[in-house]
Structure formats: structure tokens, C-alpha cells
Design a protein around this ligand. Structure first.
Ligand code: PGA
Length: 258
């Protein structure tokens, strides 16, 4: 039997929280999660908060840092961009790639997403590849085609070793920031489909170990049932991660049963 996958709960602050708000958040959050074990926890502040968070957390294992985006380029004349190695230098461990807001508002194509993913892995960052269908696509019965296209667009041709580093987040666009959550059954169906695609891309062993997170209006009330589904290995939380106490409750919901 394969080992159970350790859950990962990641809080994506999006464009919220100033650098001076980072320390008070961390102080409260650290207290709240002090007794919690057996869950990987990641905080994903804006770039400007990473430095402060990194200074406070150092290289601690209990709370890891993530970034919301990165450049596909390694260095040079790319005004306004942030490279993977700059993030590594701040002890950043994870990076979101292809969040639907980046795809929709900033025109990131599957090809851009793929290049960013490769850049992340090359610098030993673990990419959290975000995929998901819009409401129109779901209503047209196209959700699986969309997931397949986004997954293959980002991952086809990567080596097995590289694919082992990838975490996938299923985030139906219609559920992000809307208060509409996919039902546990809808989410499980999508996650199972994603895992089947990972089998095709990377083989059973890698696919069995891969963590697939659910994201889209996750709250302390919905988290436990979502994460109890067999193929849901954690959560990517936006709005509900901005309150350290509420976010700690979501982390608690991921603790494995004895
Ligand atoms: P939400 O955002 O929890 O606010 O819906 C999730 C995300 O976009 O990662």
C-alpha cells in the first residue's frame, strides 16, 4: 500500500496585507498552530511581504513560504519581474504557477505557465500548478477537456524527476472568491481525473505520490469534508487565509485522524 499523502494547506494572500502587517499575522498564526502536527503549511504573501516573513520564520519547517508568481527568465533586463533564484534566497519553497487570475487578467498562456514551471523547478522551488474550468466551460460539459489541456500544456515532456516536484491545485474559476464551493463529490471527481492524467504523464508511482489541492472559496466550514475525499490532498485558500485564526482552523481540518 502506498503511504498516505501528507496534506498541504496553503494560504494565498493575493494582493492583500502590507509588509508591516506580516509580523502581527505570524505572531497570531504561530500560536494558533503550535500544537498542530502532520500537515504541511504554506503561507503565500505578496512579494513585498516575503522578506519580512522570511526574516521571522527563517528556514523553519513548520511554516513554509510560497510566492504567488515568478518570472520565466533567470535574470536580466525584465523590469518589474522577480526570478526564481531571488525567491530561493528568501527561503521560499513553493510558488504558484498559472493561477487563474494570472491567466485571465494577465494573459498567461499554457506556454508561459510551462516556462515558469520549468524555471521554478530549475531553482528547486516546488511549483503549485493551478488549473480549473470557468462556469461556461463547466456548463458546456467541457471541464475535463480544459483540465487535460492545461495539465498537458504545462507538463508534457517534463522528466519524471521534474514531475515529482509538481503539486497541482484544482481551482474551478467559478468557485474562486465567489462563495461557491465545488461539492466534495464534484471536487473528488475532478481530482481523480487529474490523477489519471498524471498517470499518463508520469506513471503510477509519481501520480500516486502527487499532491492535488482543492481551491475555491474554502472555509473552515467546508475544509474538512473536502479534504476527507480520497484524492484531495490539501487546500489552496484565498480569502479565508487572511484571518490567522480562521486559517489555523482550516489547517486543523487537515490533521490526519489517529
Ligand atoms: P478563494 O481563492 O479561497 O478566495 O476563493 C482561492 C484562490 O484563488 O487560490
Amino acid at each position: 500500500m502506498a503511504l498516505p499523502r501528507k496534506k498541504l494547506v496553503a494560504g494565498n494572500w493575493k494582493m492583500n496585507t502590507t509588509p508591516s502587517e506580516v509580523a502581527p499575522y505570524l505572531e497570531t498564526f504561530r500560536k494558533e498552530i503550535e500544537e498542530i502536527d502532520g500537515v504541511d503549511i504554506a503561507l503565500i504573501p505578496p512579494f513585498t511581504g516575503l522578506s519580512k516573513a522570511s526574516e521571522i520564520l527563517g528556514g523553519t519547517q513548520k511554516i513554509r513560504l510560497g510566492a504567488q508568481n515568478l518570472s520565466a527568465e533567470a535574470k536580466g533586463a525584465f523590469t518589474g519581474e522577480i526570478s526564481a533564484s531571488m525567491l530561493r534566497d528568501l527561503f521560499v519553497r513553493y510558488v504558484l504557477v498559472g493561477h487563474s487570475e494570472r491567466r485571465r487578467l494577465y494573459g498567461e498562456t499554457d506556454e508561459v505557465v510551462r516556462r515558469k514551471l520549468v524555471a521554478a523547478i530549475a531553482s528547486e522551488l516546488r511549483p503549485i500548478l493551478c488549473i480549473g474550468e470557468t462556469l461556461e466551460e463547466r456548463q458546456a460539459g467541457q471541464e475535463k477537456v480544459v483540465l487535460e489541456t492545461q495539465l498537458h500544456g504545462a507538463l508534457a515532456g517534463l522528466s519524471k524527476e521534474d514531475l515529482e516536484e509538481v503539486i497541482v491545485a484544482y481551482e474551478p474559476v467559478w468557485a474562486i472568491g465567489t462563495g461557491l464551493t465545488a461539492t466534495p463529490a464534484q471536487a473528488q471527481e475532478a481530482h481523480l481525473f487529474i490523477r489519471e492524467q498524471l498517470v499518463k504523464l508520469a506513471g503510477t508511482e509519481v501520480a500516486d505520490k502527487a499532491r492535488i489541492l482543492y481551491g475555491g472559496s474554502v472555509t473552515a466550514d467546508t475544509a474538512a469534508e473536502l479534504m476527507s475525499q480520497p484524492d484531495i490532498d490539501g487546500a489552496l485558500v484565498g480569502g479565508a487565509s487572511l484571518d490567522p485564526r480562521g486559517f489555523a482552523k482550516i489547517v486543523l481540518a487537515a490533521v490526519p485522524e489517529e
